[in-house]
Structures are given as structure tokens and as C-alpha cells.
Design a binder for this molecule. Structure first.
Ligand code: ADQ
Length: 471
């Protein structure tokens, strides 16, 4: 390794991810939100998809600089977009890694475009990186980048962060290319995972199927290389998020909503419209709240913000239809002349506006069926005021549950229990709300986005030791 890699003279980061934040519309995803601050502070380069699908895509990426961050943006061909993005990444890897083997569309199985796209992006990295740069590859779209780079003789350090869960080995083995993917992962030097369970799952796979040997706490000796598997729960820029919650756009959005709410209590949900987020179950739980606790009718509103994503994949079209139907049914059953039980907004909002909406909400429902981390849980806590904080209800299947134990933890499939927990949250005394919030806020504030980055890099790059996870 080069020696000029010190905190005073940090290596340049080269991030690789499918979506970049060059298009502000792509800033709703957790990955984009998380990467932006890290790249900006190191004058980094972000290699990603241009968002363009062309008949004859250019072989050289487009270069753009925005707000101190350089971008190298690759176009895709139509077969590549379908085969790589829609089919392999989003109809096979995404459901499989979220434990939804029932939703994996094996008919769309088409590995060649996935390989080809990984090769193309690896080339874009190779053409724009210096050997001492730290290459930081993100997420399930790009398991093969390091493997492609190593094939071409790249010896520099390459890290990988998986934003989604790593499934148990028996589920991972259901992927037709599990062996190849497992082998390719071993070409990374460090692999960051959201939870300790994800680390255990990957470690087990490397030991059981790849002949790996555990060395010390984090390392696995496998295929003649040492791969570090690190538990790195992603955080948010908590202090700035709180500032945003106090800013003008936040207050304006909150005022607008307050006019509609007219003193009612507000439950909020904010998610990409994805089947992993447990939205139909959440709507059912809210329906049960109004059913079992009639006193909540007319005085409590639930607002779900859910911008559609991946809306050409079948499962997402079906989800949209299901939510439209559920919302209509619940509002039809319980609504009154002066009260709408569910406000369902299928569009994105500015981050600052969302911060304001969190800040004025009494309860936040974060109930994914499976989630790598879930940043909404952390944003809600960061946006609250200590004097009168709201209550977080959090799924036991969100990675965030491992860190945020003081939330009201629920099983999102058990809609009855979620309804009971909602009732408890709406009636929680101030003292208990404050105590829970205080503990949660400490975690969110200290284990923030910079802490996450430092933990991922240590003892390489920016820090010399691995920042501890507070317990
Ligand atoms: P996601 O599943 O996209 O990302 P999640 O952690 O839920 O992400 O974060 C979503 C982000 O988008 C939040 O910052 C939220 O504020 C924002 N957002 C959601 N709805 C919005 C709307 N209507 N308008 C504007 N912004 C909106 C993946 C994994 C997660 C993991 C993240 C980060 O699936 O498990 O937490 O990456 O690693």
C-alpha cells in the first residue's frame, strides 16, 4: 500500500454505484443520501450509471463535476438495462437478498448482461483511478467489480459495502451463480455489512462453501487472500438533519400540514414504494387501530409518503395497485365528513420538507419486512425535539433494530400487535418518550455518517482504529 494515505492527505475516494446523485431526482434513495457527504469531503469521483439507455451507448463515460464531486457516468444499451438492471439486479438479487424467494423471477435469469455491465463499470474505474486511490464499490449491482479489476492486474485496495441484507447461506445458495459470486466477493479487501447477522451469514458461506478460515475477529483467509468482513451500520448526517428540521422549508411544509391536521395526532411513514417495506401490512395495522380503538378515529391521522420506484417491474405495479385499493378501502370504511384516516402521497418530497414533517409527527412507523438498515428510522429520531419527542415504532427485521433497541420493536407481519403498539405509542407519557428518544438520539448522533465511513476504512484510509459500536 502507498504510504501517503493519511488523515492529513487522504486518498481520493472512487465510489461505484448504480445510481449517483448527479440527478437530484435520484437523491431519494438511502445510498445516494449516504454517499454524497462522504465524497464531497474528499473531492472524490463517483462512477455510476448516467440514467440513459441508448441504442448505441458510448464506450467512454461522460465526465461531470457538481459541488466538488467528479462523476464518470456510463450509458447502457436497452438489452443491458433490461438484463442487468430490471432482471438480474432487481428481479433476482433484490428479492433473494431480502429473503423473498417466492418473488425471485428465475425465468428472467440472465447473468450475461450483469457480468457485462460489471465489466464496463470496472473499465470506467480503471481508466479514471490512480493505483493509490481507494475504490469503494456499493451494493448488489456490482458484486463483480473487484473480480474484473483483479483479472486486469489491479493490485490497489478495493472495498465493498452491501446496503441490503446478506441472506443465510441456504438462501444465498438458491442463486444459480452463488459460487461464482462468492468467489468474486473474495477479490475485495474489505466488505462492510449493515448488521452482525449479515456478517455471520457471509462468513458462514465463505467458510462452508469456499474453504475459508476465520483469522482473528474480522478476517477470513480464503482463496489465498485475506478478506475483512466488517460490521458497519450506516448512519445519517444527524446534526445537519436536525438543522434541516428547524429550517424554513421544513417549517413551511409542517405549517401546511398542520392546517390540514387541525390539532390531530399524526402518524407518519416515509418509504420508497417497495415490497420489502411492508406497506400493505402497515396499512392493515392502521386499519386495525381505527377498528379496535374507536377513540382514535377523527383525532389521529396516518400519512404515508411513498414515491413509486422501479415501476416497470411487475411486483412493483402490483404493490401500487394493492396500496391504492387498501387506502381507498380504509378511508371509505372509517373516514368522515371532516376526517381522512390515511393520507397517502405517492410522490417524492424534498429532504428538508420531510425533516419538517417528521419533526411535527407524534409517531413514525418503520415496519419493513426486511431492510438492510433503514435510514428513515434514524432521520425521524434526528428531527425530534427533546422537549416533546415523537415515538419510533421499528420492525425487528430492519437492520436499524440492532442499534435502536429503545424504539418500540414490532413484528411487521403481526398487524394486530402493530395496532396495539400504535395505541401504546399514541398514549406514551412524556417522560418515557423523552427517555427512549434520548437513548436513541445518542446512537443516531454518535454513530452517524462519518462514524460509518471511518469504521469502514479503519485502520486504512482515514482512521487508525475501528470506532466501537456503543452498546
Ligand atoms: P433504501 O431502501 O432506498 O436504501 P432507506 O434506508 O429506507 O433506503 O432510506 C430511504 C431514504 O430516502 C431516506 O433518506 C428517506 O428520507 C428518503 N426518502 C424516502 N421517501 C422519500 C420521499 N417520498 N421523498 C424524498 N425522500 C424520500 C438502501 C437499503 C436500506 C439502507 C440504505 C442505506 O435498502 O436498508 O438503509 O440503502 O444503506
Amino acid at each position: 500500500r502507498q504510504t501517503h494515505n493519511t488523515p492529513q492527505n487522504p486518498v481520493r475516494l472512487i465510489a461505484v454505484s448504480n445510481r449517483t446523485a448527479v440527478d437530484p431526482n435520484a437523491r431519494a434513495g438511502g445510498l445516494a443520501v449516504a454517499l454524497w457527504d462522504s465524497l464531497k469531503s474528499t473531492n472524490g469521483l463517483w462512477v455510476g450509471w448516467s440514467g440513459k439507455v441508448k441504442d448505441f451507448p458510448s464506450l467512454t463515460p461522460t465526465k461531470v463535476t457538481d459541488d466538488g464531486v467528479d462523476f464518470a457516468l456510463c450509458d447502457m444499451s436497452k438489452p443491458q438495462y433490461e438484463g442487468f438492471y430490471l432482471n438480474y439486479a432487481n428481479s433476482i438479487l433484490w428479492p433473494l437478498f431480502h429473503n423473498r424467494l417466492d418473488l425471485v423471477n428465475f425465468d428472467l435469469h440472465n447473468f450475461a448482461p450483469y457480468q457485462e455491465t460489471n465489466r464496463q463499470f470496472a473499465k470506467a474505474v480503471e481508466d479514471n483511478a490512480n493505483s493509490e486511490d481507494f475504490i469503494w464499490v456499493h451494493d448488489y449491482h456490482f458484486f463483480l467489480i473487484a473480480h474484473e479489476l483483479r483479472k486486469n492486474g489491479w493490485t490497489g485496495e478495493i472495498g465493498f459495502f452491501l446496503h441490503i441484507p446478506f441472506p443465510a447461506p441456504d438462501v444465498f445458495r438458491a442463486l444459480p451463480e452463488a459460487a461464482l459470486m462468492g468467489r468474486a466477493l473474495c477479490d475485495y479487501d474489505i466488505i462492510g455489512l449493515q448488521t452482525s447477522t449479515d456478517v455471520i451469514n457471509l462468513k458462514r458461506y465463505l467458510v462452508e462453501d469456499c474453504g475459508g478460515k476465520e483469522v482473528g475477529e474480522e478476517d477470513v483467509l480464503v482463496f489465498g487472500r485475506t478478506v475483512t468482513l466488517r460490521h458497519c451500520p450506516i448512519g445519517i448526517d444527524a446534526k445537519n438533519f436536525r438543522k434541516a428540521a428547524l429550517g424554513k422549508p421544513a417549517k413551511k411544509a409542517a405549517k401546511k400540514l398542520r392546517r390540514f391536521l387541525g390539532g390531530r395526532k399524526q402518524i407518519i411513514g416515509v418509504d420508497r414504494m417497495d415490497y420489502s417495506k411492508g406497506l400493505p401490512q402497515r396499512f392493515e395495522a392502521v386499519s386495525k387501530l381505527f377498528d379496535h380503538f374507536p377513540e382514535t378515529r377523527g383525532v389521529t391521522s396516518f400519512m404515508q409518503i411513498a414515491p413509486p420506484s422501479r415501476s416497470i417491474v411487475d411486483e412493483y405495479v402490483q404493490l401500487r395497485e394493492r396500496l391504492d385499493g387498501l387506502c381507498g378501502r380504509i378511508n371509505g370504511d372509517y373516514g368522515d365528513l371532516d376526517w381522512i384516516p390515511i393520507r397517502y402521497l405517492a410522490r417524492p418530497y424534498e429532504r428538508a420538507e420531510i425533516a419538517g414533517l417528521y419533526a411535527m409527527s407524534d409517531v413514525c412507523l418503520v415496519t419493513p419486512l426486511q431492510d438492510g438498515m433503514n435510514l428513515v428510522a434514524k432521520e425521524f429520531i434526528a428531527a425530534q425535539d427533546e422537549s416533546d419527542p415523537g415515538v419510533l415504532i421499528l420492525s425487528q427485521f430492519a437492520g436499524a433494530a440492532e442499534q435502536m433497541k429503545e424504539a418500540l420493536i414490532v413484528n411487521p407481519y403481526d398487524t394486530e400487535a402493530v395496532a396495539q403498539t400504535l395505541h401504546k405509542a399514541l398514549n406514551m407519557p412524556l417522560e418515557e418518550r423523552q427517555a427512549r428518544w434520548k437513548a436513541l438520539h445518542k446512537t443516531v448522533d454518535t454513530q452517524d455518517i462519518n462514524w460509518w465511513r471511518n469504521r469502514f476504512f479503519a485502520p486504512r484510509g482515514f482512521t487508525q482504529s475501528v470506532p466501537k459500536i456503543a452498546t
